[in-house]
Structure formats: structure tokens, C-alpha cells
Design a protein around this ligand. Structure first.
Ligand code: GTP
Length: 370
């Protein structure tokens, strides 16, 4: 079975986390997001993977190579300028000669792809779109169907008055290769606004496969934190991380935890983390490899990337801190800020809500308080 993953977007909503790496490479539980997706696809029998690249392609290609190390064959297609979701798949047309999956490269899901394929074949669909229920359909593409699951209308980002269903496009499709003839070559073209509505007009059998499984688009810092929380609190976490080292704490090799430090799970610590005296981590939380926490500092419901250095008496809660950032003594970073890679928060700063510190920037001591 073949699958295409769309990994060419700039990930603007996830900035500053996507300033130095593309969205599919952001760490989820200390592993690049795309590694989780590759494992998921392999579990559903996908053996040939095609990655449609555009933004920071080298970072993805260098990590995955030809895919052999990940138990799958990977072929890359490059776009000089973005071709859109459908244009990117058209670009791979020469490789796609049988039913294939297309996935957005920013959704974390356990949707049953094997059952979706059976549904597609049984209905003799030409395209099947996975749909999932959401609380707020007004920011997604709504897919209306009849009782057999046949699509009769798409409504992109409807107003609340126009909402007729909460089932939205989950960014996962099964397509027959002949449909690619309806996508113009080397042209920016989208599935959502372009191909699917055009196919409906032509009377092509399009079906929606309803999934009630886990589904989240990791495209914003809030959702990025949410996926960590969901996974760490889920029953399936041991399948992903293996058995915990102690109760609900997963410790990497060589961590040094002071006898007065407190860690209450679920918490994942990468290798070589150092927790100082009276420091405290309250899960769900993740620290990347080599993070250092100073005396009496606290981290709660946060995700820290590798090499973050935290001074004394620091308070970090519900935020994301990028690679090799440093946080000075007595700083508070709470309820939503995102600190970019290699940024430095001077001592005594108090940051909250949607505050962003861009990669490499320095915030002088005591500059901001709430
Ligand atoms: P934002 O800038 O935050 O909207 O993120 P995005 O553009 O990366 O993601 P969006 O949700 O808009 O797109 C859904 C998926 O399609 C993501 O996995 C993107 O990587 C991918 N994608 C979007 N546009 C393109 C494109 O022009 N080419 C390719 N290859 N992939 C794309």
C-alpha cells in the first residue's frame, strides 16, 4: 500500500517552534512527529511512502533518508514553490498507480486506516475522505453526507448559522489514481476548495468515512501542548513509550535527580536531564534530553525541548520552551507563552498568555511583569 504525506507547509501558526524546523519534525514525546506517523502507517500495511516537501526539505530528508532505517521505502518530491495540497500530490502522479492514502502532515490520529480502506472498496468509492467530529466546525471544512455516507456538499469554515454537522475533513483521504487527471499540473491547487468540489460537480462517487478515534491537528502551540497532555494521560501511552521507569515517569539514560526533587507523572525525561535540589515537575510534562533545572524551580504541564537550562526559583507552567533556551533565576513563564530556540529569558521576568520570544532573542532581566 502507498501513502503520500503532505509535509510542505510553512507551519506559520506554530511559530516560533517552526522557525528552525518544519512542523513534521517538531518533537512529540521527544521524537519527531513524522516518526510517529510513519510507525502508524506501517501498522496499517503502508510500505511505500511519498513525502511532498517544500519548506525546509533538507531537515526531513536528512533524518529519514530512503526510509530503510524506519522500515519503509521513502520517495521525496520537491516543490520549488508551494503547489497546495492537491498540486503536491499531482507532482507525484508517476508513482501512484493504485488506490493510495493521502495524509496531512500535521494530524495526530489513531483513525483505523485499514477499516477506511475496506469501507472505500465496499462502496466502490473513487475518493473517501475521513471525517471526524469537532466541537467547533466553523474553523474547519465541513463535509455533509447522506445516510449511506455519500458526500453531497462541502462547506469550508461555515458560520455558526450555516453549520449542519460537526463532522469535518480530517485531512486523510483514499484516492483512486485516475482522479489526478482533474488536478492541473505545476499549479497551486487544493483538495478542499479545488478537487473535491469539482469531483462532486462531475458526479464522481465521493464518500466520507466517519471516525470517532483520536484526532488532533498539532498546528498551534495550544494544540501542540494538548497532544502531549492527551497522549501522556491516555491508556495507550505505554504502547508508545514502553513501560515507565517508575509508576508514570519515564526516565532517559543518565538522568540525575536530586534526592529532594519531586517528579509526579505522567512525565517523560530525555536522557541526561539534571534536576536540582527541591525542583519539582508535575505532569503531564516532557523535558527533552539534557535539560537542567535549578534549585527550587518548577515545571508543570509544559514541554521543554532539548538542552533547556532553567535557573533557580523558576516557575514554568503550560508553555513550550524551544531547544537550548535559557531561563534566568526567578522568572515565571505561565499559561501559554512560547520561547523560541536559543532564546534567553533574563532573571525576574514574568511572562504569560500569548507572549512569544523569538529564536535567539534575549529578554533583559526584569523587563516584563504581569
Ligand atoms: P499554517 O501555515 O500554520 O497554516 O500551516 P501549514 O500550511 O503547514 O498547514 P496547513 O494546515 O495549512 O496544511 C495542511 C497540511 O498540508 C500540512 O501538513 C502542510 O504541511 C501541508 N501543505 C499545505 N500546503 C502545502 C503545499 O503547498 N505543499 C505541500 N507539499 N504540502 C502542503
Amino acid at each position: 500500500m502507498k501513502a503520500v504525506i503532505l509535509v510542505g507547509g510553512e507551519g506559520t501558526r506554530l511559530r516560533p517552534l517552526t522557525c528552525n524546523i518544519p512542523k513534521p519534525m517538531v518533537p512529540i514525546l521527544n521524537r519527531p512527529f513524522l516518526e510517529h506517523v510513519v510507525e502508524y502507517l506501517r501498522g496499517h500495511g503502508v510500505r511505500e511512502l511519498f513525502l511532498a516537501l517544500c519548506y525546509m526539505p533538507d531537515k526531513i530528508q536528512k533524518h529519514f533518508g530512503d526510509g530503510r532505517g524506519f522500515g519503509i521505502s521513502i520517495t521525496y518530491a520537491m516543490e520549488e514553490s508551494p503547489l497546495g495540497t492537491a498540486g503536491a500530490v499531482k507532482n507525484l502522479e508517476e508513482h501512484l498507480n493504485d488506490t493510495f492514502f493521502v495524509l496531512n502532515g500535521d494530524t495526530f490520529t489513531d483513525l483505523d486506516l485499514s477499516a477506511m480502506l475496506a469501507f472505500h472498496k465496499q462502496r466502490k468509492a473513487r475518493a473517501t475522505i475521513a471525517v471526524t467530529p469537532v466541537e467547533n466546525p466553523t474553523v474547519y471544512g465541513v463535509v455533509e453526507t447522506n445516510s449511506q455516507g455519500e458526500v453531497h456538499r462541502f462547506v469550508e469554515k461555515p458560520s455558526w448559522e450555516a453549520v449542519t454537522t460537526n463532522m469535518v475533513n480530517a485531512g486523510c483521504y483514499l484516492l483512486e489514481p485516475e482522479l489526478l487527471q482533474h488536478i492541473p499540473p505545476r499549479t497551486y491547487f487544493m483538495f478542499e476548495y479545488g478537487l473535491f468540489p469539482a469531483l462532486l460537480k462531475l458526479g464522481t462517487p465521493l464518500y466520507a468515512y466517519p471516525s470517532r478515534g483520536y484526532w488532533i491537528d498539532i498546528g498551534t502551540p495550544q494544540k501542540y501542548l494538548q497532544v502531549h497532555k492527551d497522549l501522556l494521560l491516555s491508556k495507550a501511552i505505554a504502547k508508545i513509550l514502553g513501560e515507565p521507569t517508575h509508576k508514570t515517569v519515564w526516565l532517559g539514560e543518565g538522568c540525575q535527580i536530586h534526592s529532594t526533587a519531586e517528579v509526579s507523572g505522567p512525565v517523560l525525561l530525555g536522557e541526561g536531564c539534571v534536576l536540582g535540589p527541591r525542583s519539582r515537575i508535575k505532569g503531564p510534562a516532557v523535558l527533552g534530553p539534557g535539560c537542567i533545572m535549578g534549585e527550587s524551580s518548577s515545571v508543570e504541564e509544559a514541554v521543554l525541548w532539548r538542552g533547556v537550562r532553567i535557573g533557580k526559583g523558576v516557575n514554568i507552567r503550560k508553555c513550550v520552551v524551544g531547544e537550548n533556551a535559557s531561563i534566568g533565576d526567578s522568572a515565571w513563564i505561565i499559561e501559554g507563552p512560547v520561547i523560541g530556540d536559543n532564546a534567553s529569558v533574563g532573571s525576574g521576568n514574568k511572562l504569560k498568555n500569548d507572549f512569544i520570544l523569538w529564536p535567539g532573542k534575549t529578554l533583559k532581566p526584569d523587563s516584563i511583569s504581569f
